[in-house]
Design a protein around this ligand. Sequence first.
Ligand SMILES: O=c1ccn([C@@H]2O[C@H](COP(=O)(O)OP(=O)(O)O[C@H]3OC[C@@H](O)[C@H](O)[C@H]3O)[C@@H](O)[C@H]2O)c(=O)[nH]1
Length: 445
Amino acid sequence: MSLMKKRVKIGFVTAITLVVLIYFYKTVISFNSNSSPLANVLVEEQRQWPPTEDAVQRNLQIAYEAQNALLHQQRQELMHTKEQLAQLEEKVRSLQASTPRKYPKVKYLNYKNRKRILITGGAGFVGSHLVDDLMIQGHEIIVVDNFFTGRKRNVEHWLGHANFELIHHDIVNPLFIEIDEIYHLASPASPPHYMYNPVKTIKTNTMGTINMLGLAKRVMAKVLIASTSEVYGDPTVHPQPETYWGHVNPIGPRACYDEGKRVSETLSYAYAKQEKVQVRVARIFNTYGPRMHMNDGRVVSNFILQALRNETITVYGNGKQTRSFQYVSDLVDGMIALMASNYTQPVNLGNPVEQTIEEFAKIIRLLVGGTSEIKQISAMEDDPQRRKPDITRAKKRLNWEPKVPLEAGLRQTISYFRNELARSDRFQESSRKYFESPDLQRSRP
Ligand SMILES: O=c1ccn([C@@H]2O[C@H](COP(=O)(O)OP(=O)(O)O[C@H]3OC[C@@H](O)[C@H](O)[C@H]3O)[C@@H](O)[C@H]2O)c(=O)[nH]1
């Protein structure tokens, strides 16, 4: 190789080395001047080991400031997101306001015939069906509910309607409004619900009833009290006529409800006698239908859900105890007829077709079409052994009797619970997807 070529080669290698060195130097310098405070801490630590107390203090200060800056930035971002959310909510509100809502058709009643009706517990299972019927008849409805077992969903199709009002209120506290009629339904009705807080159940049925009767007295409204077949306790007379005084254990687990409702009836007749309040008392037997809560805990919802999920159907005790089940629309017709009547004594509202709980489990399994096993588990304390209403009085005084056969009513109810299950599965799935989405994972600190 010629000398010239050698020199060129050495020059080329030197130039490359120089470029690499300059690049390396720049990178280190820029790291020192632009890097995060945390990087400075590292550099500081690298410079001297172990670091002096001053250096530790300074590094801590730098780290603290860095955290503060980050926090500040995150706060700003949060505020920004909140602002965006508020703007979106406002847009949704204005869109909702500009889109006329579709309501079920209601009759027009003139001022003379239109009543202002208060329904306590109107967002519950029975209450919400009563709301529907009275709204469709053209009345003004005020629902009062504390949402312990009631749900806004049950009446959401009326929200915003000119004839409808929903008040979140616990009737254990007084209420001052102007009304013509009161349907007093507020109280948990399913055994696990009313046993959950027995003191509250008693308060609702005593203080709550006093408040409603007091209101009826003040504004001269007619009041219908939703009593129950449970006032007969574990009956020794079968079927049960209204003249039967009952067989209730006053200190048992069901007493909060049974005795609560008995006092409720006693209060009604005391107000009727002493204060001339117009009272109606409906003794409601086992009722079922759409809008029962998935966690209601009563036999109809429990058996249907167990059968739909192909789980074991749980019969409490030997299954020889009997019940008679009425469909909710029959009950609502009966209550409206009772309110409209002049009859003031208690009236049984129930379906007299009676079956054992064991038979009932088989009917549900057949209608659902699953292969669930039917199993006996421990019995409920003080469970009434036989129950069937004598409805002679309702037939005679109200010209009322149930119309919906058990199979037809159960088919409606099964289809309702099937939809509810699908709905809750959809919610669970979309919630799972959301919380496991990579975007959300990335945005987590
Ligand atoms: O999963 C279950 C649930 C209930 N049962 C049984 O089915 C029968 C009915 O029980 P529910 O819980 O549906 O209702 P109950 O008849 O005991 O009480 C009802 O009576 C009338 C209404 O006023 C009230 O809504 C409610 O208290 C009972 O014998 C109960 O032990 C089961 O065998 N399995």
